[in-house]
Design a protein around this ligand. Structure first.
Ligand SMILES: [Zn+2]
Length: 111
């Protein structure tokens, strides 16, 4: 029974705990730089829908809609690829600050 828990931990991943935490820091940073512009784009969309006469840099509304929906779409695609566990590649779901992977249970962040 000695070290049972830690053996289990090592067996189900090929990466050591430290490199998983380091990799997750990068994933989290990328996710932040994806989500932040997406939030701005969603705000832009809301402004567009609420104000029929709103214009930005003289661009037509069609262009703004295409840019906004395109940006959201690309952001979602990137999130689906990026927001994954470094050890098992499982999707981390909607948790914005996961401490553990919901799939393999590996620790993703130091407390
Ligand atoms: Zn995992």
């Amino acid at each position: 029974m000695r070290n049972c828990a830690s053996n289990l931990f090592i067996n189900h991943t090929h990466m050591d705990q430290h490199s998983v935490i380091e990799k997750f820091k990068v994933i989290k940073k990328k996710q932040f730089y994806t989500i932040t512009p997406m939030v701005l784009v969603v705000i832009l969309l809301v402004v567009l829908l609420e104000n029929p006469k709103f214009a930005l840099f003289g661009l037509s509304r069609t262009v703004l809609y295409v840019v906004a929906f395109g940006g959201i779409f690309l952001g979602l695609i990137f999130s689906l690829k990026n927001w994954r566990c470094p050890a098992c590649n499982g999707y981390l779901r909607k948790n914005v600050n996961p401490k553990f992977c919901p799939k393999c249970g590996i620790k993703l962040q130091e407390n």
